[in-house]
Design a protein around this ligand. Sequence first.
Ligand SMILES: Nc1ncnc2c1ncn2[C@@H]1O[C@H](COP(=O)(O)OP(=O)(O)OP(=O)(O)O)[C@@H](O)[C@H]1O
Ligand SMILES: Nc1ncnc2c1ncn2[C@@H]1O[C@H](COP(=O)(O)OP(=O)(O)OP(=O)(O)O)[C@@H](O)[C@H]1O
Ligand SMILES: [Mg+2]
Ligand SMILES: [Mg+2]
Lengths: 228, 228
Amino acid sequence: LVVLRDVRKVYRMGDVEVQALHVRELTIRRGEFVAVLGPSGSGKTTLLNLVGGIDAPTSGQILFDGEDISGFSDRQLTLFRRENVGFVFQFFNLIPTLTAEENVRFAVDLASRDGVPPDRDPKALLAKVGLADRVSHFPKQLSGGEQQRVAVARALAKNPKLILGDEPTGNLDFRTGKLVLSALRDVNRDEGAAVVLVTHNMPLAAIADRVLHIRDGEIASVEINERP
Amino acid sequence: LVVLRDVRKVYRMGDVEVQALHVRELTIRRGEFVAVLGPSGSGKTTLLNLVGGIDAPTSGQILFDGEDISGFSDRQLTLFRRENVGFVFQFFNLIPTLTAEENVRFAVDLASRDGVPPDRDPKALLAKVGLADRVSHFPKQLSGGEQQRVAVARALAKNPKLILGDEPTGNLDFRTGKLVLSALRDVNRDEGAAVVLVTHNMPLAAIADRVLHIRDGEIASVEINERP
Ligand SMILES: Nc1ncnc2c1ncn2[C@@H]1O[C@H](COP(=O)(O)OP(=O)(O)OP(=O)(O)O)[C@@H](O)[C@H]1O
Ligand SMILES: Nc1ncnc2c1ncn2[C@@H]1O[C@H](COP(=O)(O)OP(=O)(O)OP(=O)(O)O)[C@@H](O)[C@H]1O
Ligand SMILES: [Mg+2]
Ligand SMILES: [Mg+2]
């Protein structure tokens, strides 16, 4: 589904260069569940942003469904993402003037010209992550972990080919985190969505097909999980 | 140091009432290290905001060093906090137009009319949380976990009587989280600061003197940790 070839992301600050990421070769298969682990500052968000077309690489090639998106303009990237990617951002990016339900519905409407399956009901998605009685709250009336879960529901709402989660359980206790885990696992198994999750949460990494260990902007090792 | 008596926080949304918190009795002793655990939405941030004077209770009494702060105006609360409380917010609240070092220095300057011990050097504090080579980055040039660590350094910088951390390792891997843990432990042991941490991180809870378990806005149970 996604192929990265000799991709680099370099940030320039005056005459200082930060080599945030260098990936020689990475393939994410359709329907695969990948976990990304690594220390703070190692380049995980940078990797996710490139895979999901939030950002463009400094050099190298990124193919999505065979199409090269590494040279896309901002406008092209926006349309590409709207069609194909559900993103749970590290800091959520909810729309403050919309309720939880409206935030999710907004994503459904954007995707719905493809025909929306009935279970993409915003209320049902919010209930799945334990927020049935918070649907009319605005983001500033929600706890940190509740906002995070609205962001998860929104990413799932458009039933995309690829779901990217940047530490989607970072603000959640163990049991609430498991609700999110099952929601992600279901969309992977039932809808065939590829899922790439950055996480510090070991039980989440354990359900992945493959675990990428990132260090200092490079993929240091890859672990394959044997299915029971 | 801090006493809460029959404190309630109720949010009203139209004709719906959210009973976010009800604490009958809570005392936080000088120099004590307290961990607060509980599910997402259970009232932890609400509790921290009341203890630290970020927010005022709907009813009840809050005493800090014997002084009743529950009736303070916003202005009084701001001055009170500046003097007494170092806060690591769930979403950091860094100043976007200041670098990491300047964000920390800003807090030091606000507190320094009390006389600043030489080790409140912003660079030294940032180095303590592993950010020695990120001191000149602006918040948007930092990873999520790096921003979180700047927020930790800033809270420690003013050497306050009380440090409040709202999931201060939520965006950190295990090893980077341990840097933050030692920094908090040091300020508790060496400077005698009381520390109250909301956390989902069990090793952090293990080093506390006392662990409060919150559920549905109430303190469901209290665990005392025996010192080795
Ligand atoms: N302004 C508000 N209006 C209405 N309800 C609110 C408001 N702020 C918070 N709440 C509700 O109060 C409850 C407690 O919120 P709080 O932020 O203290 O939870 P928390 O324990 O910190 O959760 P988390 O672990 O997810 O950060 C939540 O259920 C939340 O929906
Ligand atoms: N705009 C920028 N300018 C300069 N350096 C940057 C910029 N954005 C990120 N960086 C640096 O690039 C590195 C990788 O950042 P990234 O956000 O990918 O890390 P991460 O693995 O997601 O970390 P965390 O787990 O803390 O979220 C970090 O060291 C960061 O300081
Ligand atoms: Mg990140
Ligand atoms: Mg909270």
